[in-house]
Design a binder for this molecule. Structure first.
Ligand SMILES: C[S@@+](CC[C@H](N)C(=O)[O-])C[C@H]1O[C@@H](n2cnc3c(N)ncnc32)[C@H](O)[C@@H]1O
Length: 410
């Protein structure tokens, strides 16, 4: 295997108390629409800070580039730059942020933050978002806006386009627009192209556990399995991310794309065999369980329900939902399970109704006032926990899994 040139060997990607940074950066972002949660912001600001530290170690800070696939209103890009700006007010980074900048009509008409943004800035197009970013960067003391917005469908983007902006490739690639299997395949081409994504580059899959884009977790598993990326975990509340560990082709990830039986429901598009999906989900479940990431394990088990539904195995999916309902720990909200139930009903009846509830005694218990309050308080406490990154290669994971198996056998 090639010798990986990891970025974090020198700087360490950890923070004992990141709450303050997240609060401050969120204050500057205000109510501008965002697709990020607390832990995403924590991680993005931390990565920005570490990359900038690394660059400033040189006598002349070396310029480094970041690729943001899926701008939305620019919060990911802002968060990374915010982190870099905590090190230098003249950070050495440049960000290329790509989006179609066409938000769906239902969002433009119904989302109060989007409506407010359009009233203030005129549209969801790059010039409007660029003005919002100019303001945010000037508020944090930067004299230039390091984010270049590119209005493009990622499906039409080429490695040449990306290299024109960053001839030496990108240190960080944020994947947040892989909403279809075709887009996922295109993005994996970039991730496995050593010119675009060199050794040590970080890939963040924002939709890793999302029901509506199940090919994200599958793509990461394939890249991990082939040894192309290592996994990095950063605490139970933070979505694990990946670091480039080898230059290798992995072939087409979504290799059997079929038509969705439900028009406009992309999640139901089969994209590989059921066996492949299950193997990926089972292996990740085992790894995450070993890490104690029970919330992630539950989401992955719900994704297994999705895999069965994509394969038309509705009764098996129903059985899996019932089993999960019985064992679902009360300290975790069961949104993912309820979502799985709604999607099963959609396939069964042809009627989409996401307000349906799997109303069982176990669900009623989990929804009690006291448990909801306890979960709320627990979620707030998570803000105070450190973000501490630990890398794990495919070999590490196999060794640890086999040790665990041996221990449980004896
Ligand atoms: C969840 S949002 C991204 C959130 C964002 N990263 C943030 O920081 O708030 C997903 C974005 O992907 C964009 N998108 C979806 N399909 C795309 C495509 N084919 N090409 C480019 N952008 C796309 C959407 O327009 C949307 O803005």
């Amino acid at each position: 295997m090639d010798d990986p040139k990891y970025q974090f060997e020198y700087c360490g990607l950890s923070s004992w108390f990141h709450y303050h940074n997240v609060r401050c950066s969120s204050a500057f972002w205000g109510d501008t629409p965002s697709g990020l949660g607390y832990s995403d912001i924590a991680l993005y600001t931390l990565i920005g800070r570490v990359l900038e530290h690394y660059s400033q170690k040189n006598v002349t800070p070396t310029e480094y580039c970041i690729l943001d696939l899926g701008t939305y209103f620019g919060h990911s890009a802002f968060s990374v730059v915010y982190g870099a700006a905590t090190v230098s007010k003249d950070p050495a980074l440049r960000v290329l942020s790509v989006d179609t900048f066409k938000q769906p009509q239902w969002l433009v008409e119904n989302n109060s933050e989007v409506i407010k943004f359009i009233k203030s800035y005129g549209s969801t197009e790059p010039d409007a978002i660029g003005r919002r970013l100019d303001l945010a960067f000037s508020q944090i003391g930067l004299t230039r806006n390091p984010v270049q917005l590119l209005s493009r469908d990622v499906l039409t983007l080429t490695a040449g386009d990306l290299l024109a902006f960053a001839p030496k490739g990108y240190r960080l690639i944020m994947v947040d627009c892989a909403k279809t299997p075709e887009l996922m395949n295109r993005i994996v081409q970039f991730l496995t192209d050593s010119r675009v994504c060199p050794m040590g580059a970080i890939a963040l899959f924002q939709d890793l556990f999302d029901w509506h884009a199940p090919w994200n977790v599958y793509a990461l598993w394939r890249l991990f399995k082939e040894g192309v990326f290592s996994l990095v975990r950063a605490g139970t509340a933070v979505t694990p991310f990946a670091e480039k560990a080898a230059v290798r082709k992995v072939g087409t990830i979504c290799d059997q794309i079929k038509e969705s039986p439900l028009v406009t429901e992309t999640w139901c598009t089969a994209f590989t065999t059921l066996e492949n999906e299950m193997a990926a989900l089972d292996e990740f479940i085992q790894i995450f369980r070993g890490w104690g990431y029970i919330g992630a394990v539950l989401k992955l088990r719900c994704l297994k329900v999705g895999a069965l539904l994509r394969d038309g195995r509705l009764d098996e999916a129903d059985g899996m939902i019932k089993k999960l309902d019985q064992i679902w720990p009360a300290q975790f909200a069961d949104y993912a399970l309820q979502n799985a139930y709604c999607r099963l009903q959609h396939l069964r009846t042809g009627q989409k109704d996401l307000s349906l509830i799997l109303d069982t005694p176990a669900h009623r218990f989990r929804s009690s006032f006291v448990l909801k309050k306890l979960r709320y308080m627990w979620a707030r406490l998570m803000y105070l926990r450190p973000v501490r990154c630990e890398r794990m290669s495919q070999v590490d994971s196999l060794v640890r899994t086999s040790i665990r198996k041996r221990v449980s056998v004896h």
